[in-house]
Design a protein around this ligand. Structure first.
Ligand SMILES: O=C(O)c1cccc(C(=O)CC[C@H]2O[C@@H](n3cnc4c(=O)[nH]cnc43)[C@H](O)[C@@H]2O)c1
Length: 225
């Protein structure tokens, strides 16, 4: 299948490229807006002369929710959640954007495809939250886990990539290599090199998936023949 992997920054793209997994890799920028715009443009252009893409993957490093996703581990998204797109309430409550009647607040990658990625990589299969602000306090981490008790990781691009893929009727996956724990900010404790190594190894293990056909269950009804 023809796969477009979208990362935020160049070192993540290089880590995926080092896996030689057959995917094309795009540096889409940091945050959901930048990455959605660049992904949408890349999908509209398509891969060079080989027909349209079959799958889009949001990938990179991310923060892990303890104790489920330790530093150096991988998380494959069961759902890709727009965790800070919505409205706060006076009592401290929260309404997600779909509860406000606008758009959607999450994407569910095709389970068969995501589970195949989990089996190949040994990753945790859990919701991955997309945030516009890296969590920097225990209180914010607790707020997020209060709303999403099964969250495995947070990062800043998955939902943007998923929105662009959805516009093109394409399935999406999100894969995060954990560089730091979600919680009080401690940038010196980020283990970026370890996470990038885990990202390369994860994509190496995904080669057989990318070399195979797209499972029918991953096709949207409009793309099924
Ligand atoms: O400084 C470097 O060498 C370097 C190498 C690779 C990546 C980076 C980044 O800073 C990537 C930013 C990217 O990382 C995601 N991320 C990582 N941890 C978290 C987190 O705890 N919460 C949210 N996002 C996180 C995020 O997707 C950023 O776009 C630096």
């Amino acid at each position: 299948m023809r796969v477009l992997v979208v990362t935020a920054v160049a070192p993540e793209a290089e880590a995926v490229g080092a896996a030689d997994c057959g995917a094309e890799v795009l540096v889409g920028g940091v945050g959901p807006a930048a990455v959605a715009a660049r992904t949408a443009v890349a999908l509209a252009a398509g891969p060079d002369r080989r027909g349209p893409y079959d799958l889009v993957v949001s990938a990179g490093i991310g923060g892990g929710f303890a104790p489920y996703a330790p530093v150096g581990s991988l998380v494959v998204a069961e759902t890709i959640v727009a965790a800070d797109l919505g409205a706060g309430l006076p009592d401290g409550g929260w309404l997600a954007v779909d509860e406000l009647g606008f758009g959607r607040s999450g994407h569910r990658p095709p389970p068969e495809l995501a589970r195949a990625a989990v089996e190949l990589t040994g990753a945790l299969y859990a919701p991955v939250l997309t945030v516009s602000t890296v969590t920097g306090s225990a209180a914010r981490a607790a707020e997020l886990t209060g709303r999403h008790p099964r969250a495995g990781a947070e990062a800043m691009e998955g939902f943007g990539v998923a929105e662009a893929a959805d516009l093109h009727g394409l399935p999406v996956l999100e894969i995060r290599a954990i560089s730091n724990a979600v919680g009080p900010r401690d940038r010196d404790a980020w283990r970026i090199k370890d996470a990038l190594t885990a990202l390369t190894e994860g994509f190496r293990r995904l080669r057989p998936l990318f070399e195979g056909p797209v499972p029918r269950s991953a096709l949207s009804p409009s793309k099924e023949s």
